[in-house]
Write a protein that binds this ligand. Structure first.
Ligand code: DLL
Length: 434
């Protein structure tokens, strides 16, 4: 692993150096502006606040955010495509959309100022990751309606680094470009970096020998065990970037390379809360669903948007005034309920990566046997190991899942290369019950 350190204090944005009380004063001013702006300009928010009996003037402290109604993905869908925009269409410079698993996509919009703030926050995120002006950055997040590619792109330029806009897919070409252009950093999903590392090995290239020093990975849940795997295989620092289209895109928060202890939320632009299943706020440190209120967004303000991402809020470390989130365990809609036991794919990932004879290539299949649901973990055999060694490791996996999670699952060993490889967000779970 390389030894990147954080930037000198003087290189940070002024907002990163505020005290907690200065930050909270800024947040309150921006929250009051946001609520007024959304109430005045978005019919959905006018109605929702009126129904809740709250007026923008009622927001006198940060805690008053709890008086506001939640916004859900359903609310956004109902206003498809542009009904949640708070500025005239002529002031919208760009739209993005998130596909989602079902139904209509969610369309989000940005003014020129929104795009500029976004670029600043990506630049801040990349700097926190250890990337510096003058470095070369290979961007393998998908370009297009997805916020990953173009969002990250503008931030690399804003930082003063060189962006190599590769987009996702065509893995052999990614490997070639990494060899030829010698980038210092790569931006992609963690599962795609695994695909790229495999492709390097298949091409006879030692993944530790490339120019890459840092990877900024996000857009899907991944574990600290996966971090260790990727850092070891590629001899890099692997840093977590978090975000979602509805709140902005990538760069809502980012880990600092010197601590790697969960993304710091850029709280000068986003106010986070954690709530329980019934929407009741829980104190910092407790697990629940992450909820965001945007503080500066013009085109697409969101009030208490329910992300469905599960985590907890922790005190700041490398940026003392800005709180962190714990690495995301999963989304409440990714949770598998198997005969009454809740399971997240990340829990399986954690256990798989703890068994040396297993590869990180696995998928989860859900089936119905009679009236009971069943789960099978299909995992690829390590090419260098005999099948019976892998079968024994598979039995250990089933045993550990039983002990740590409490479910009996089947584990099926597959030949190398049979499972689909990631080209972006990886589809880990196949529900064959319907
Ligand atoms: O995935 C934005 C993004 C692009 C983030 C590139 C980071 C890097 P959406 O497609 O709207 O936006 O999906 C957002 O992805 O609610 C989480 O469930 C998941 N997600 C994003 N980043 C992380 C992360 C982009 N670092 C949804 N860890 C979010 C875990 C993540 N899950």
């Amino acid at each position: 692993m390389s030894t990147m350190t954080g930037p000198a204090l003087s290189a940070l944005d002024p907002a990163e150096r505020l005290s907690r009380s200065e930050l909270e004063a800024l947040q309150l001013e921006r929250l009051q502006w946001t609520v007024r702006h959304a109430y005045r300009n978005v019919p959905h928010y006018t109605r929702a606040l009126d129904e809740a009996g709250v007026s923008p003037d009622d927001i006198r402290s940060l805690a008053d955010v709890r008086r506001l109604p939640f916004t859900t993905k359903e609310d956004l869908r109902r206003n498809y495509p542009f009904g949640m925009f708070a500025v005239p269409m002529a002031d919208v410079r760009r739209v993005h959309a998130s596909s989602g698993t079902t139904g209509r996509p969610t369309v989000v919009g940005y003014t020129e100022t929104d795009l500029s703030n976004w670029a600043d926050l990506i630049a801040r995120s990349l700097r926190a990751s250890g990337i510096r002006p003058g470095m070369k950055v290979h961007n393998a997040y998908g370009y297009g309606l997805f916020t990953g590619g173009l969002g990250a792109h503008a931030g690399v330029e804003r930082l003063g680094a060189t962006v190599i806009p590769v987009s996702g897919g065509q893995t052999a070409r990614q490997v070639q470009l990494i060899q030829d252009f010698e980038p210092d950093a790569i931006l992609c999903t963690p599962s795609y970096l695994l695909t790229i590392a495999d492709a390097m090995e298949a091409a006879g290239i030692d993944p530790t020998s490339t120019s890459l020093k840092v990877a900024v990975l996000g857009a899907e849940p991944w574990t600290n065990e996966m971090r260790t795997e990727l850092e070891g295989r590629l001899d890099i620092d692997a840093v977590d970037i978090y975000g979602l289209s509805e709140v902005m895109g990538p760069g809502v928060g980012n880990e600092c390379v010197e601590t790697k202890d969960g993304p710091h939320i850029w709280e000068d632009h986003f106010l986070p809360e954690i709530v329980d299943e019934d929407g009741r706020p829980v104190p910092d440190g407790e697990m629940g669903e992450l909820v965001f209120t945007s503080l500066t967004k013009q085109a697409f303000p969101v009030l208490r948007y329910r992300t469905r991402d599960l985590t907890r809020l922790l005190p700041g470390t490398a940026r003392p005034a800005m709180r962190r989130i714990e690495k995301i365990t999963g989304r409440n809609d990714d949770m598998i309920i198997l005969r009454g036991v809740n399971i997240f794919p990340t829990q399986i990932e954690e256990i798989v990566l703890g068994i040396e004879q297993l590869t990180p290539h696995f998928v989860i299949e859900l089936t119905r046997e009679g009236r009971l649901d069943a789960m099978t973990v299909r995992i690829e055999r390590h090419p260098a190991l005999e099948r019976d060694v892998c079968e024994a490791a598979a039995a250990v996996l089933a045993q550990r899942i039983k002990t740590h999670i409490g479910s009996s699952v089947a584990v099926q060993v597959e030949e190398p290369g049979v499972l689909p490889r990631s080209e972006g967000k990886y589809k880990r779970v196949y529900d064959l019950r319907k």
